[in-house]
Write a protein that binds this ligand. Structure first.
Ligand SMILES: Cc1cc2nc3c(=O)[nH]c(=O)nc-3n(C[C@H](O)[C@H](O)[C@H](O)COP(=O)(O)OP(=O)(O)OC[C@H]3O[C@@H](n4cnc5c(N)ncnc54)[C@H](O)[C@@H]3O)c2cc1C
Ligand SMILES: *[C@@H]1O[C@H](CO)[C@@H](O)[C@H](O)[C@H]1NC(C)=O
Ligand SMILES: *[C@@H]1O[C@H](CO)[C@@H](O)[C@H](O)[C@H]1NC(C)=O
Ligand SMILES: *[C@@H]1O[C@H](CO)[C@@H](O)[C@H](O)[C@H]1NC(C)=O
Ligand SMILES: *[C@@H]1O[C@H](CO)[C@@H](O)[C@H](O)[C@H]1NC(C)=O
Ligand SMILES: *[C@@H]1O[C@H](CO)[C@@H](O)[C@H](O)[C@H]1NC(C)=O
Length: 631
């Protein structure tokens, strides 16, 4: 697939392929045949591609960004469906459900672990490549964006209509908005306007019953969950309504690199102490990498203003960078998109519409969030790890600034919880070009060791991670059937305290767990049932003090309040119960990382009887817990 126009090409082939798929039924499975019959019964015009048909591989491979998942051993879908409109998505959901097939939805295909087009059980890919219109409403300062659109298409279409509006999302133009907005979406405007998901005002979603819901009909809880709770757990988003943000006529972009021997460490030290406190208009990202045997740091700046203003600002807050006007280029916001995506800023804008993957390589990544700057000793340790890595490897680290708008937004406003407590976010990356298990193991092993090295220096309890930099090392389930306790292993890292609400929303809106993947939000009903009842409080420890962090009301809405002070709705704790809970907690925390006590007072009997323990960060069943703590 060469250009975005190729979606038309796909549609020209569908009639042919429908016929072909059916006539080849001898070579396909009965499930597959039944699915196809079901699909055709819903509408005869839904394009789909069976293995061994001419376009199957082309379409499958078209948006694969990580070569690790392009191999012959990667599990392949039984069919790829490429809906032409929302009704085709509904039909796909209905038929997958009817025939017990796992559905994986793919928008831009940039999932770091390939979850949108691989699976460990037989599955169907619903690829939204043909549903990607972008409808900008300048008067209203908003746009409806279909989920199959790429970031490049969104930015291009906004700029086509207006040079004073932009949108805060990621920096790679081939990333799809379906997955990106579902997980957050961080880019150069994040310090000024927050994440992409912070700027979504409506959505259309196909739920597990095949119905189309908008914000009003899905309700605020589900609308909350889909803005940052990660793709693939709640439904197929077919479109987002986004709020455009104002950008100045002129922005300034600069890039400055220094090698270790040029004082790079001192610059990183200074950057860490100020990057999150700078004016919201100033975004400075840092890349640490190895060039042959030399260690290099690159500072990439995006400033919402002119070069003069930028130099004045940097001269005040970060003079050590030595930024001069010759390092800076003034341009429009849309040109800054080109520039951060490695295109010449004066080149044609329509490169942003080109979906052909460039620089596709093998990679593995991990993420961390940072509360305290790394010391010089830690930096030296990082460089040593880079230095010791095999010659053929390309270790890399990105430090992205927090603060600004990102810190003003509350931790539970959307599921993405990583806010004011952090000064920056780190992405650890290993890239390689050599095929085969040996190169793969070498790189992945190195990255895991490096992540181990970083443990003491980054956030803990939980060790926070960004779901859009998906990492299956954090834990995963087969067939998307993790229990609450199992899913806590990654859920708490990605969503911290929002994980529990995500589970509640999931349980309410997709109780059969139809939308699932290796790291999806689980339905409760595993070892620790947390019901939508008015009789459960969750306890946690805050600076040595036991507190009730929340309790659930019978309406299924979440009320954050201090239950200790609440007479009516929260569990009323008495001193003896607190003492008992504290005792249990102390016992358990010797064995478990960050346990949470779930208080059950549905019985008239004292709380101590109903106290159950919820393990976080560890795969321990309730039985293990009970045993360890001798409840
Ligand atoms: C080269 C590259 C650059 C990147 N740059 C950035 C960046 O600057 N900032 C940043 O924040 N992130 C960045 N990312 C990460 C990116 O945000 C995530 O990988 C994102 O999930 C990709 O979305 P997608 O639609 O392309 O992926 P997909 O692989 O299509 O989907 C990702 C996940 O979402 C699900 N999903 C997809 N579409 C839908 C839908 N319509 N409804 C419901 N679920 C859906 C999939 O099933 C899958 O689980 C980058 C990734 C790559 C590979
Ligand atoms: C096709 O649809 C009709 C009416 O909606 C229904 O009665 C029939 O069972 C369907 N057939 C298949 C194979 O799904
Ligand atoms: C996967 O899980 C679903 C839902 O629980 C179940 O119906 C299906 O049989 C499972 N498939 C496999 C291969 O285990
Ligand atoms: C930077 O600040 C110094 C002193 O604070 C001043 O002398 C110099 O002119 C400033 N440079 C710029 C480019 O503003
Ligand atoms: C799209 O990008 C690819 C890869 O860079 C390039 O080969 C191709 O010519 C581009 N297509 C168009 C229409 O510009
Ligand atoms: C609370 O206790 C009641 C009675 O013992 C029990 O039926 C229920 O499942 C418990 N709920 C939880 C969440 O443990």
């Amino acid at each position: 697939m060469e250009t975005p126009k190729s979606s038309t090409l796909f549609s020209q082939f569908y009639v042919l392929l429908v016929v072909f798929s059916i006539s080849c039924s001898a070579s396909s499975s009965p499930v597959q045949d039944n699915f196809v019959l079901c699909l055709n019964n819903q509408s005869s015009k839904i394009p789909f591609y069976a293995p061994n048909t001419p376009l199957y591989s082309t379409i499958l491979q078209s948006s694969i960004k990580n070569l690790r998942f392009l191999s012959s051993t990667t599990p392949k879908p039984q069919l790829i469906v490429t809906p032409l409109d929302d009704s085709h998505v509904q039909a796909s959901v209905i038929c997958c459900r009817k025939h017990g097939l796992q559905l994986k939805v793919r928008s831009g295909g940039h999932d770091y672990e390939g979850l949108s087009y691989t699976s460990d059980v037989p599955f169907i890919v619903v690829d939204l490549v043909n549903i990607g219109s972008v409808d900008v409403n300048v008067e209203e300062g908003s746009a409806w964006v279909q989920a199959g659109a790429t970031l490049g298409e969104v930015y291009y279409k906004i700029a086509e209509k207006s040079r004073t509006y932009g949108f805060p999302g990621g920096t790679c133009h081939t990333v799809g908005v379906g997955g990106h907005f579902s997980g957050g979406g961080y880019g150069t405007l994040a310090r000024k306007f927050g994440l992409a998901a912070d700027n979504i005002i409506d959505a259309r979603l196909v739920n597990a019953n095949g119905e189309i819901l908008d914000r009003k009909s899905m309700g605020e809880d589900l609308f909350w969950a889909i803005r940052g709770g990660g793709g693939g757990s709640f439904g197929v988003v077919v479109a987002w309504k986004i709020k455009l943000v104002p950008v100045p006529q002129t922005v300034t972009v600069s890039m400055v690199s220094r090698f270790l021997e040029q004082g790079a460490n001192a610059l990183v030290l200074k950057w860490q102490s100020i990057a999150h406190t700078l004016p919201k208009e100033l975004f400075i990202r840092v890349q640490l990498c190895r060039v042959d045997t030399r260690m290099r740091v690159t500072f990439q700046t995006m400033y919402l203003g002119t070069t003069d203003q930028l130099l004045k600002e940097v001269n005040q807050s970060f003079p050590e960078l030595g930024l001069t006007s010759s390092d800076c280029a003034e341009m429009s916001w849309i040109q800054s998109i080109l520039s951060f995506d490695d295109f010449p800023k004066d080149g044609a804008l329509d490169v942003l519409l080109n979906r052909t993957q460039t620089l596709t390589r093998f990679f593995k990544a991990k993420s961390d969030f940072v509360k305290e700057p790394f010391s010089e000793t830690i930096l030296r340790g990082i460089w040593k790890q880079f230095y010791d890595a095999d010659e053929a490897m390309q270790p890399m680290m990105f430090l992205s600034p927090y603060g600004g708008r990102l810190s003003e937004i509350g931790e539970s406003e959307i599921p993405f919880p990583h806010r004011k407590e952090y000064i920056n976010e780190v992405q650890h990356l290993a890239w390689w070009d050599k095929e085969g298990i040996e190169a793969s193991n070498k790189n992945i092993d190195w990255l895991r060791r490096f992540y181990g090295y970083m443990t003491p220096y980054v956030s803990q309890s939980p060790r926070a991670s960004y779901i859009n930099y998906r990492d299956l090392d954090l834990g995963h389930s087969s067939n998307g059937t993790a229990t609450y306790a199992q899913a806590s292993a990654w859920g708490v890292k990605y969503f911290n305290n929002n994980f529990e609400k995500l589970v509640q929303v999931k349980s309410k809106f997709d109780p059969d767990n139809f939308f699932r993947n290796e790291q999806s939000i689980p339905v409760n009903g595993g070892e620790v049932p947390i019901e939508l009842l008015n009789n459960i409080g969750v306890l946690h420890f805050e600076r040595g003090e036991l507190e009730v962090s929340r309790s659930f009301t019978d309406t299924g809405n979440w009320n954050y309040y201090d239950a200790l002070r609440s007479e009516k709705r929260g569990p009323k704790l008495e001193a003896t119960h607190l003492e008992k809970a504290k005792e249990l907690y102390t016992k358990c925390s010797a064995r478990l990382i960050n346990p949470t006590l779930v208080l059950n007072h549905s019985t008239s009997n004292a709380y101590s009887e109903g106290i159950t323990l919820l393990t976080k960060n560890l795969h321990l069943s309730m039985m293990d817990c009970k045993f360890i703590c001798s409840f």
